[in-house]
Design a protein around this ligand. Structure first.
Ligand SMILES: *[C@@H]1O[C@H](CO)[C@@H](O)[C@H](O)[C@H]1NC(C)=O
Ligand SMILES: *[C@@H]1O[C@H](CO)[C@@H](O)[C@H](O)[C@H]1NC(C)=O
Ligand SMILES: *[C@@H]1O[C@H](CO)[C@@H](O)[C@H](O)[C@H]1NC(C)=O
Ligand SMILES: *[C@@H]1O[C@H](CO)[C@@H](O)[C@H](O)[C@H]1NC(C)=O
Ligand SMILES: *[C@@H]1O[C@H](CO)[C@@H](O)[C@H](O)[C@H]1NC(C)=O
Ligand SMILES: *[C@@H]1O[C@H](CO)[C@@H](O)[C@H](O)[C@H]1NC(C)=O
Ligand SMILES: *[C@@H]1O[C@H](CO)[C@@H](O)[C@H](O)[C@H]1NC(C)=O
Length: 332
């Protein structure tokens, strides 16, 4: 009798798994069963707003998950493109790094609301002395990037950080900046970035750092359950569908990639029902003006940087603002 019961329970379990696998497959989504409905609803929310109709994009879960990495990458065509826009030739590195992460949840804290109002906080000098901190903190979701600090700049930029997009050369290494409420999102530009994440999370010492643009962080201040990997399909969308950057560059030409700021806006447009911006502005006619709201870098540094197409990004932002798809908080 007991054995029969066991067999029935096992069979039910197997049926459950099969049914769910089929469901996930048709969605192109292989998320853990309990969360799939919530995630679908959340992403749907962003796509019910007029963001999607205007930008004409498909749904895309923004983070890579260990369980379905290869299936999703095939589904979205990422297997046909190399980094930073796909996973081709770096699949093994992605799998290594993902094996160190505990989950791929979008929001660690569930406040029950699906439709999120988000603010993307750029690091631009335009934020100085504007006292937007309280306004920024009032959003459901605050998205920041790289090493734009909060400590010491609370009046101007707020205290909360829901997501922080980073890459190895741009992430905080000083634990004073640690925030337990932040989900840190790695934007992968090269295979070494994944190796770097794996090394740091495995407690290995970094030995070779010459593949990096500048010295990467040598330790990770975030806990592994706070870290996610951005699906390169998001970066690809930013570069090719929205900025229309060329997909091929001549050998002697510096390839141009979107800024982390633009990638963060693209990310926001995929998970939020409303997106507002603060701190996105470059004034090229004033070489001495502050580049960031922190530190002493001036605009001249950005003018020398050939890896981005800032005029194209500014045109895109203007278009998004003009169409009310995003709202510019730093507007006078
Ligand atoms: C911001 O305010 C501080 C103190 O009031 C002042 O010293 C500084 O020059 C101001 N900075 C800008 C960019 O206006
Ligand atoms: C993290 O969130 C909790 C709960 O909302 C809050 O009490 C705490 O102050 C936050 N910590 C930081 C560093 O923002
Ligand atoms: C850019 O800087 C120049 C020189 O300081 C200034 O005249 C101009 O008003 C600034 N433009 C904007 C949009 O702030
Ligand atoms: C910019 O700064 C440099 C060095 O501090 C100074 O020589 C130059 O006059 C400044 N230019 C403007 C337009 O303020
Ligand atoms: C910026 O310049 C000021 C004045 O020259 C200096 O006191 C400060 O340490 C500098 N800050 C950084 C981050 O270099
Ligand atoms: C998009 O929605 C916002 C807020 O719901 C609205 O203000 C705006 O006019 C809409 N834009 C378009 C182009 O429909
Ligand atoms: C936002 O508004 C400010 C102030 O009018 C402007 O200087 C800045 O260029 C705007 N940002 C974008 C991305 O258009």
């Amino acid at each position: 009798m007991r054995r029969l019961l066991l067999v029935i329970i096992l069979a039910a379990g197997v049926m459950y798994v099969i049914l769910h696998c089929n469901l996930w497959r048709t969605n192109g989504n292989w998320l853990p069963p309990l969360d799939i409905e919530r995630k679908e609803e959340l992403i749907n929310c962003a796509f019910k707003s007029n963001i999607s109709t205007l930008l004409n994009v498909n749904k895309l879960y923004p983070f890579l998950c260990t369980e379905n990495f290869l299936e999703e990458s095939k589904f979205h065509g990422s297997v046909r493109t190399e980094l930073p826009y796909g996973v081709k030739k770096a699949e093994r590195y992605f799998q290594l790094a993902l094996s160190r992460l505990q989950n791929c949840e979008l929001f660690s804290e569930d406040d029950g609301s699906f439709c999120k109002k988000c603010v993307v906080v750029g690091n631009g000098g335009v934020l100085r002395n504007r006292s937007l901190g309280e306004t920024i903190d009032s959003y459901d979701v605050v998205i920041r990037m790289n090493n734009g600090p909060v400590i010491g700049y609370e009046d101007d930029v707020g205290r909360r950080t829901t997501f922080r997009l980073f890459y190895p050369e741009s992430v905080f290494s000083d634990p004073v900046h640690y925030d337990p409420n932040t989900t840190a999102v790695l934007v992968v530009f090269k295979p070494q970035d994944l190796k770097w994440l794996w090394d740091l999370l495995s407690g290995q010492r970094l030995i070779r750092t010459n593949a990096f643009w500048k010295k990467p962080a040598m330790k990770m201040i975030y806990k592994s359950n706070q870290i996610r990997i951005l699906d390169p399909a998001i970066t690809r969308r930013a570069a090719h569908e929205w900025l229309h950057l060329p997909t091929k560059f001549a050998k002697q030409e510096k390839p141009k990639h979107p800024t982390t700021g633009l990638i963060a806006i693209t990310f926001a447009l995929h998970i939020c029902s409303e997106v507002h911006l603060a701190g996105f502005k470059y004034n090229f006619s004033d070489r001495n003006s502050s580049l960031h709201y922190y530190g002493n870098d001036t605009m001249s540094l950005m003018i020398q940087n050939g890896y981005h197409d800032i005029p194209a990004e500014q045109r895109l932002l203007k278009e998004l603002i003009d169409h009310n798809i995003v709202i510019n908080l730093t507007e006078e």
